[in-house]
Design a protein. Sequence first.
Length: 796
Amino acid sequence: MKLRYFLLTLFLFLSMTPLLLFQAWPHSEVLEGELDEVHERHLLLAQNLAAALERYYRDLVTTFDLLLDTPEVWTETKSMVRVLDNLSFRHVCIADWNTGKVTLTLASASAPCPDTIPEEELDRLKALAIPGEVTFGPVVQTADGENVLHMVRPLEDGLAVGAVRTTYFRELGEAISFGVRGHAAIVDHTGRALSHPLSDWVETRRDMSKISAVQRMLARQTGVESFYSPALKGDMIAGFTFVHPVGWGVMIPQPIAELQQKADVARRSGVIFLAIGVASALALALLVSLRVVRPIEQISRASSKIAGGEFGLPDLQGSSRLLPVEFNELSQRFREMVLRLRENLSTINALAYQDLVTGLGNRTYLHQQLDNALSAGHAGALMLIDLDGFKAVNDMHGHDVGDKVLEVVGKRLCEVLGVARLADIELEETRQISPDAFRSSLVTRLGGDEFAVWIPSEHIHRAEELAALIVGRVKEPIVLDDAQIRIGVSVGFACYPEHAQNRSDLMKASDLAMYDAKKAGKDRFVAYSPALRTAVQTERKLTAEILSGLEKGEFLPFFQPQFKLPDKTVAGVEALVRWNHPERGLLSPQDFLETARELSLLAEIDAMMLEQSTGLLKSLTEQGFDVPALAVNLSEERLTSPGFPDALQMVQDLPFELRFELAETMALDNLDAGVAAVLDQIRAAGCLLDLDDFGVANASVLGLMNIEPAHIKIDRNLVSGIEQGNTFERLVRSIVDMGHSLNIPVVAEGADRLEQVERLAQIRCDYAQGYALAKPMHIDDLAVFLKSHAQEERTA
Ligand code: C2E
Ligand code: CA
Ligand code: CA
C-alpha cells in the first residue's frame, strides 16, 4: 500500500470514529433526555395552570358565599353583576328545597334563573349539597345548550345554586399551546372535558376518565405519564395535576412523535456538524499527507531509480517551512548521498573502464560503447590492431619499456584519429560515461599488444586511409631514453552492419581480417570480406582433418628419384609427404603444410616421414633394389624438437645414404648454438646435410660456409624458368660454378622438360630432379620405375 493511501485511510478512519460512535449512540437516549425535560416543563405548566384554576375556584366560592351571606347588600347590584360576569357566572339563584321553585334571583349575569329547577336536576344538585360548604357538580348542558358547572350550598330553607359557564377554562386551556400539537386539557372532577384542543370534545363534555393520566388526576395525583391518545391517534406524554380542593384535573400532553422529531432534528444537526468535521479533517489530512508524503515518495522513487542503475540527480523538492525539519534534512542528506554515490561511481567507472598502462578505454569500455552504438543502430567500423614483435621488445628491454611502448602506440593511435585518451577526458565528463561517445572515434586497448579502434559512420569511408595511417605511424621508430624500438603492426577491420549483426560477430570479423593481415606479412591492413570467412572456415575444417588424418595414418611418403648427370643413373630419392585424404584423394603439401605448420604439427609430420620413408626404402633394398641415397626434408620445427636426436639414433646403419634437406629460409647466417649442435649430431650420425631451395631466399656465402652442406639444391622456380641463354640459365650456371668452387655438388630440382635436363648437363650441374625424369611416386611405383629404369640402362 502506498504511504499516501495508508495515511489517508488512517486519517479517514480517525475522523470517522466520532461519527461512527455518534451513529452507534442509542437514539432513545436523546428521547429520554427530551422526556426528562418534559417531566419538568409539562409538569410545571400543569401546576401553574392548576394554581390559576385554584385561584379561580376560590374567587368563585368567595363571590358565591359573599352573595349568599349578604344578599341585602349585593342582590342585583350593578357591581356584583359585573363581578359575576367576569367570573363567567350565568346566574346565582335560591330554589325551594322540595319544589325546586326559584324563590330568589340573587344575580343573573348573562342568563336569568329558571322559574323552577326541573325535578331531576334538583335531585342531582341536592345530592351535591353538603351543609356549610360550597360544592361543584360536573359539567352539564343547560336547556339552551350551554355547558355549565353548578355550584351549590344548602340553606335553611332552600338550595343556593350557581351556574358557571366553562368559558374561563376554555380560554385558559387555549392560551397554552406549544410545539405543533402540544396543548392543555382540563377536566372536571368526574373526568369530563372542560378545555381541550378538540372543541368537539369540549362541546360534548367528552368523558376522558378512561385515559390513564386522567384517572390519576382524578385520584388527585401529580406526575408525568405517557399514554395513547384516541383523539390524536398517537402516543402522548403528559404532565398532570389536580386543582385543590375541587378535584378538577389539569393535563399538559404532547405527542411523543413530536419529541422524537425534535430529537431527530438535534441528532441530524449533530450528524451534519460531524460530517463537516470529518470533511474538513479529511481535507486537512489530504493536505498534510501530500505535503509530508511527497518528499518520502520522491526519495523512494529516486532510490528505486538508483537501484535500477540510473544515477541522475533526484528531483527532490527544496526545503519547505511547512515540513518538519526531519523531512527537509532527509531530502538534503539523500541528495548528498546520491551526489557522493555518483562521485564514487564515476571514480569506479573511470577505473573499471580505463586501461592503466595506456590511459585508453579498456575492453569493457569498448564492449559497452559498441553495445551502445549497435543498439542505437549506428554504423561504424571496428579496427583491431595487433603489434608484431612486441614480445621480443618485452623480452629484450623488460616490461617497463614494453609498457612505455604500449603507451606511445596508444598516443599515436589517438593522434591519427584525432581523439583524446579516456584518461585525459575531464572527470566531469566521464562521470556519466557518455552514451553518445561512439559518435566520435574511440581508441581502446584490449589487452596484451592488441588495440581496438571504433570509427563512426561519418568516417567509415576513410577506414582504409585511417588503417594505412595507423600502420605508417605505429611502425615509426619509438625512441625511449637510450633505446630505439621498431615495432610492426597488423590491422584488420570490419564494418557494422555490413559484415556483422552484433558485437561479438563484429569482433570476430575484425579479428579474421587482422589475422589475415598478420599472415600476409608485417605492417599490413586487411578489410574484412566474406571470402575471408570461408577461407577461415575451410582452414578450420582442415585443421580438424589434419589432426584426425595424422591419427589415422593418412599421411605417407612419396618418392621422387634424383639422377646423376649427364648419364641419368638414379643417384637417390627425395621423400615428399602426401596426404591420402578420405574424400579429396591424394593431396600435395601445398594443400595442408602451411596449416600443419601453424598447428605446430610439422615436426610430427617430419618424424613420421623419416620413420616411414627409411622403413619403406629399407625393405625395397632388401628386395634387391639399389637406391644409393634417401633425402628427407627437415623443418626448423623438427630440427629443434627435443625428440629429434633420439630419432637420429634410430636411423643408424641404413643400406643407403641419408640426407637431410634444410630449407634456405632457415636462419643459417647466424646459427643458434643449439641448432649448430643438432647439425653436428646429424653429421656425427653419418648423415648428410643438403641446402634446399637455394637461390630464392637470402642465404649468403657465409650461411653456406656455416653449415657446409653436402649438396646445394637450386630452387625449382629458378630451374623451371631456364631457357637457352636467359637470366635463369645464367643464374643457375653461376650457382653451379659457385658450388663447384666450394667443392659442393649441385642438384637442380624442378626440371620439367628434357631440354632443361640437357641444359643442366651442359652447364655441368651434378644432379637433376624433375618431372621430365620422374615424378614423385608411391613406393610400389618406385619399385616398378627402378626396375624399368635399370633395364633401360642395360639396353642403352
Ligand atoms: P621441395 O623440398 O623443394 O620439394 C620439391 C618439390 O618440387 C616437390 O613438391 C616436387 O614434387 C616438386 N617438383 C619436382 N620436380 C618438379 C617439376 O619438374 N616441376 C614442378 N613444378 N615441380 C617439381 P611437393 O612434393 O609438392 O613438395 C613441396 C614442398 O613441400 C617441398 O619442396 C618441401 O618444401 C615441402 N615438403 C614436402 N614434403 C615434406 C616433408 O616431408 N617435410 C617437410 N618439412 N616439408 C616437405
Ligand atoms: Ca626438398
Ligand atoms: Ca626445394
